[in-house]
Design a protein around this ligand. Structure first.
Ligand SMILES: [Zn+2]
Ligand SMILES: [Zn+2]
Ligand SMILES: [Zn+2]
Ligand SMILES: [Zn+2]
Length: 363
């Protein structure tokens, strides 16, 4: 994650909407791809404060009306109205009910995590688009709460009242309970997970979306060779086994997490999330000077993995020093490294990088 600088010299962070030194409102400019002061114009629009850019901007509606975003959209020259929503908010289909106390705070955290997800996807130049733009499969987000009757609690709480975090045909649903820190930590402990974070949910669910784009109908045989056959057992069978018997004993030998061992699709999504964790952590480490610029090399996956392991050892010790959870809990066993390479091979063409293993993974 980049660190930005206000024109007054103050350091700005990705989520800032105000400079604490000069008091300027700041926002993300989609033209110069930077966080800059916003110079207000008399008609309610803005100029990007980067003198080299000076783009004519308008705040995203979720910025101007709800303060859960800090991004801007371009005001078209001449005729035409600017988009109401920024490049991240345009994907929202359902937002939390803001008349419910506490939901604004949850939504704010969800949007902050989602913006970081798009930052990662842009690093990798991975494609995504809305239904309105004609992109297939269209991506969208539903942020929903469980509807559990508060009066008639004796009533059956069927599926229709439970919201499951998941992905289906480009629609990512997140139960907003995940944005409640106490609830999320309770779930993490109940499920025996090393981490449970909002950004982790987004990285996992977007993994399912990219299975649709990078694998379905084009590389399914190669996928099977690396992750196993998703039809045997079926997803429903695998799910039943996992929730009745738990994860297989030896999952650590081949999988990044216990949940990954449930079914090849979950293995892909868990490993895809690890891939995004790794890219994101190394890019941040490079931006803040923890590693040298040439140590963040997206074209060399072996080097990335080695760097991430090396950084992980240090970060885990730092976490332990401060009494926090290990920052990099994953153990990179050979099968996991092979899966990471497979994911990277599928992502590389989108950033114009040739395959590293032209003869591997082809079936
Ligand atoms: Zn400033
Ligand atoms: Zn700009
Ligand atoms: Zn926005
Ligand atoms: Zn999943």
């Amino acid at each position: 994650m980049k660190i930005y600088t206000c024109t007054c010299g103050q350091t700005l962070f990705f989520d800032n909407s105000l400079c604490l030194r000069c008091g300027a409102e700041v926002g993300h400019c989609p033209v110069c791809h930077s966080l800059n002061p916003l110079h207000a114009l008399s008609d309610g629009t803005y100029r990007c404060g980067n003198p080299a850019c000076n783009a004519h901007l308008q705040k995203c509606t979720n910025f101007s009306e709800h303060q859960v975003c800090n991004r801007c959209v371009v005001v078209p020259e001449g005729e035409g109205t600017p988009d109401a929503f920024c490049d991240c908010c345009q994907y929202n289909q359902t937002i939390p009910d803001l008349s419910v106390q506490g939901n604004w705070e949850k939504w704010y955290r969800l949007e902050a995590a989602k913006r970081r997800l798009f930052y990662d996807l842009n690093l990798l130049n991975l494609p995504h688009g809305t239904a309105a733009s004609g992109f297939y499969p269209p991506l969208s987000f539903d942020f929903k709460a469980d509807v559990i009757p508060s009066v008639d609690i004796w009533r059956s709480m069927g599926n229709e009242e439970r919201v499951y975090t998941g992905h289906a045909h480009g629609k990512i649903t997140i139960n907003i309970r995940e944005a409640d820190e106490v609830e999320r930590e309770r779930l993490r402990v109940d499920m025996g997970e090393a981490h449970r974070t909002l950004i982790g949910h987004f990285r996992h669910e977007i993994g399912h979306y990219y299975w649709e784009i990078l694998i379905r109908g084009s590389h399914e045989d190669a996928f099977r060779a690396v992750f196993g056959n998703p039809e045997k057992p079926t997803y429903a069978e695998a799910q039943n086994t996992y929730y009745s018997l738990g994860a297989r004993e030896d999952w650590r030998r081949s999988f990044v997490s216990a949940y990954a061992s449930m079914h090849p699709w979950e293995d892909w999504a868990e490993t895809f999330a690890l891939y995004l964790d790794m890219v994101s952590a190394l890019e941040t480490a490079m931006q803040i000077g923890f590693i040298a610029p040439d140590e963040y090399d997206l074209s060399n996956m072996d080097r990335m993995i080695t760097q991430y392991q090396r950084l992980g050892v240090g970060l885990n010790e730092m976490s332990r020093t401060m009494g926090l959870l290990d920052m990099v809990p994953e153990v990179m066993v050979t099968p996991v490294i092979r899966k990471l390479h497979f994911i990277d091979e599928r992502c590389r063409p989108h950033r114009g990088v040739a395959p590293a293993f032209p003869h591997q993974f082809i079936s």
